[in-house]
Design a protein around this ligand. Sequence first.
Ligand SMILES: [Zn+2]
Ligand SMILES: [Zn+2]
Length: 393
Amino acid sequence: MPAASKKDYYETLGVAKGADADEIRKAYRKLARKYHPDLNPGDKAAEERFKNVQEAYDVLNDDEKRKVYDQYGFYSPNVPPNGGGGGPQGGGPGFGGFDFSEYMRQQAGAQEEESSGGGAFRDIFSNFFGNRGRATTTAQPERGSDLEYGLNVDFWQAIRGTQVKLNIMRQETCPTCHGSGASGSNVAVCPECDGSGTVTQMAGAMKFNLTCPRCGGSGRLKNACPTCRGEGRTMHPDTVEVRIPQGVASGSRLRVAGKGNAGVAGGAAGDLYITIRVEEHPFFKRNGDNIEVQVPMTVSEAGLGAKIEVPTIDGRALLKIPQGTQNGQKFRLRDKGVFNSRKNTRGDEIVEVVLRAPDVHNERTRELLRELAQVDATDPRHDIWDKVQQPGA
Ligand SMILES: [Zn+2]
Ligand SMILES: [Zn+2]
């Protein structure tokens, strides 16, 4: 065991030996603020003071560690509190059995000064004699958590925008206690530990059973509201009206302010977030604000050029195909795409034309195609041979 150096932690924090937990906490906060490295960049002395303050607080704030320190003048995890069995025997001042009654008297004195609120005495007291419940302590306002929902909308709902009624479950302020969590002299089962008095905490792969911080291990909460078991909030189904904006895209997240879970002790409610998934359409494909479609054309339309009718989300539109259009060529119909409510603009429709071979079901068509083959003598494959030629061949 390395020799633990003797340090006066009380002096480091500038408090008296009998200081109670609250005084120690206050002193620590003041000094930690003063010497914090972020506020004293490059100041080695301040950094050292900050470390010492941390170390002192680490020991004095922990009842078990403080007991050891008070007895031996130093703290080491290898020294058990209360002297005796297994600890160092005989010798220095302060060694010997731990005077429990004296300790309780000191702590009781501290308790009086502290009047209310948590502290060393309460923690120790509840560990030994069971708990008094937390329902009477003043809770800090806390914002309610956000809620996440997914919502499917069909293609046309997304294009035009719509109003949707969403049924959700959310925590609301308890109607019985109006959020205070307290009510008369009831005793309720602790919601934190479900009455077991212990909670399980994970630290990496290790599992710890800890005394429930909510009820102090008793599993019961005194003066807790019977409706919400001291939680101040209850789960309720709620219907939320959501406006889906015109042109909403798949994956976009809508925020409905204040429709998340209710806050605690007067804290604001969280928000409701709705992630939209837009269902696909069999013909119109969305690509951002653009609509993409594939439209067939005949050989004569491709060769001679034509005005063809194509579907858009507004209905039919005319598309002019120039003479000599090839299969797979794309044309743009401006402002026939999806309305973007943020930019206040519309996307385009992109039409890809797909060449359809003529349906040769009569002699006349065949004749015309034979004639065409004679007239149009160009070989469409004439330039591919250069591309596939192997070196040295
Ligand atoms: Zn309640
Ligand atoms: Zn509990």
